[in-house]
Design a binder for this molecule. Structure first.
Ligand SMILES: [Fe+2]
Length: 577
């Protein structure tokens, strides 16, 4: 049976014995400048640690130091380990590779999306799968999604009452959401509303997803139970969420690098303190993290004039408090889990040493621990046991998808006859197909504004787990598809019959087993190859992910067909094969 409290009664007694001197701690960090989050000030003193727990912080020194390591922290600064409160751990990287990488810059707690686990594994296995993360030296928490962010043919089979209740019952699930289907909720979907109530009864938070929402919509969502949102793109939007009592997470991500603007606009509006706010990188694509994870955001906040203590709190204490974890973590204080970062300077958030649950992940600039391999058996590789046929590639359609930027699209009317084997490189329109991973249906149209001169790109990385095929040349599309099939999932680019780039995604066809550094290089390679061929945007991974995402305007290619988001209508249904 799962141990519900991290320490047994006997261990708790032992911890108080350490204060009395009848037992010794395992480690003392002596003469440290540490952040006292309750007093919101730096203090000087000693941090006693026994195994994975902070036993005491203050001016006292242990009476008993038998076999106790003492490290002098004079001129060092100690802050709580950073928390990333909104992780989508499947942007080519996976939960383990992302966390392992993030730990080296001080981010050691992850509150993360369960959507891909629900989509990719047999649903009975998704919840058991996350249990293995509980014993790791980093802290993993999860969300319970109440909806997919695309139009799915069988959404009701994935988000069942029983499944949602099981997730909301799990101790490592801290929130319901993010709620991309809030329009449905407002229109009267009482099933989702009952799940929100259930979440709240279980003391969970409810994360909204309200880009561009009006003040009234925000108020309605607050009335229906939403407690927080991370979609503000301007200071005014963040302000209106705060005004309606929502918890606000400021976003700085690869597609929305808004943090500087948000901070400055909030200051202009007269916001006095930032320690009610949180920050997130919102599932950025791999290369974004070359600059760090939450340390990157804290550095930006400090640069923009936020008080350093408030900046650290936006990535630790405030998040812990909001999710009711502060009795356990997010603070350098007695009784908390020993998760902390050692800094050389109070204004330099990238740590020289990182401790998580009492384990040094990095010490004096050198990696000292690595996460063990995850058991991926419940997310099998993508096995495609069917053939893509020439007859599937029929692209005569009156209406296509035009890319406005990386992720926003609009419909456009196709002006030429697309029933040919190759499209001209004089224009930027490509063939586009979404095809069922099980080969049951397909949807064909054209995509404008993706690239001028690309033979083919095939991707099993998509928001529904289905296969995206884009290209100018049908023969290249076939080769790329077959290579992706051989890889059992991946992204493959082909030009004039030759594979010129590939990223194997062995975990469900969506995530790589490679480490983060390798994944960043592979992603950079993909971007370069696409840019050379006329891809004029900067985040191809998000482009692929969001082609099917119906939480963004205006037209999407989905399991149900070509879908107009605002009108919620299928313009052209998928064709059964
Ligand atoms: Fe998100």
């Amino acid at each position: 049976m799962e141990q519900r409290y991290p320490w047994k009664i006997q261990q708790l007694r032992h911890h108080t014995n350490i204060l009395d001197g009848t037992a010794a701690p395992t480690l003392v960090l002596k003469n440290a400048n540490y952040l006292n989050s309750s007093l919101k000030m730096w203090q000087q003193g000693n941090i006693w640690i026994h195994q994975d727990r902070i036993i005491y912080t203050g001016s006292l020194f242990p009476l008993n130091t038998n076999n106790c390591e003492v490290i002098d922290m004079t001129e060092k600064w100690i802050v709580p380990g950073y928390i990333e409160p909104h992780v989508h751990p499947f942007q080519l990287y996976n939960p383990q590779s992302f966390a392992d990488y993030a730990s080296q810059t001080g981010t050691t707690t992850f509150i993360q999306d369960n959507l891909m686990l629900l989509l990719l594994s047999n649903k009975k296995k998704a919840l058991p799968f996350i249990q293995q993360f509980k014993s790791l030296p980093l802290s993993f928490y999860w969300w319970a999604r109440l909806d997919a962010q695309t139009e799915m043919a069988e959404e009701e089979h994935i988000f069942t009452n029983g499944e949602i209740h099981d997730w909301l019952d799990d101790s490592s699930v801290l929130l319901a959401g993010e709620l991309t289907s809030w329009p449905k909720l407002i229109e009267g979907d009482d099933l989702i509303l009952s799940w929100i109530q259930e979440a709240k009864l279980n003391q969970k938070r409810v994360e909204g997803h309200l880009p561009g929402a009006s003040e009234k919509t925000i108020a309605k969502m607050a009335l229906l139970g939403v407690t927080g949102d991370h979609e503000a793109m301007t200071g005014a939007e963040a302000w209106s969420r705060l005004q309606q009592g929502l918890a606000v997470t400021l976003r700085h991500s690869s597609i929305r690098p808004d943090l500087r603007k948000l901070i400055n606009e909030l200051k202009e509006k007269g916001l006095k303190s930032f320690d009610q706010l949180m920050m997130t990188t919102d599932g950025s694509t791999p290369a974004f993290y070359r600059e760090g994870v939450m340390d990157q955001l804290i550095a930006i906040a400090i640069e923009e004039g936020v008080d350093p203590i408030e900046a650290y709190h936006m990535a630790s204490y405030t998040i812990a408090r909001y999710y009711q974890l502060d009795h356990m973590q997010g603070m350098i204080a007695t009784g908390r889990i020993a998760t902390l970062n050692v800094l050389e300077d109070s204004r330099q958030p990238t740590p020289v040493s990182v401790m998580s649950k009492g384990v040094w992940m990095k010490k004096d600039g050198i990696r000292t621990a690595q996460l063990p391999e995850t058991d991926w058996t419940s997310i099998p590789p993508l096995v495609i046991d069917w053939e893509l046929e020439d007859g599937d590639m029929q692209f005569s359609m009156p209406c296509g998808i035009e890319m406005v930027n990386n992720v926003i699209t609009k419909p456009y009317s196709i002006q030429f006859d697309a029933s040919r084997d190759e499209l001209s490189t004089e224009h930027d329109e490509c063939f586009l197909m979404l095809i069922d991973r099980y080969g049951k249906w397909r949807m064909c149209t054209l995509l404008k504004g993706f690239a001028q001169n690309i033979g083919a790109l095939v991707s099993s990385f998509s928001s529904s787990g289905d296969i995206i095929i884009i290209g100018k040349r049908k023969s290249d599309m076939m080769i790329a598809f077959n290579r992706m099939k051989e890889l059992q999932g991946g992204i493959v680019v082909v030009d004039h019959g030759e594979v010129i780039h590939e990223i194997a995604l062995a975990i469900g066809g969506v995530m790589s087993t490679d480490n983060m550094e390798k994944v960043m290089d592979l992603e950079a390679g993909l971007k370069e190859i696409l840019n050379e061929r006329g891809y004029g945007h900067d985040d191809p991974v998000y482009t692929l992910l969001f082609l099917s995402s119906t939480h963004l305007p205006y037209i999407r290619i989905t399991q149900r067909g070509l879908y107009e988001v605002k009108k919620k209508t299928v313009l052209f249904p998928t064709i059964m094969r």
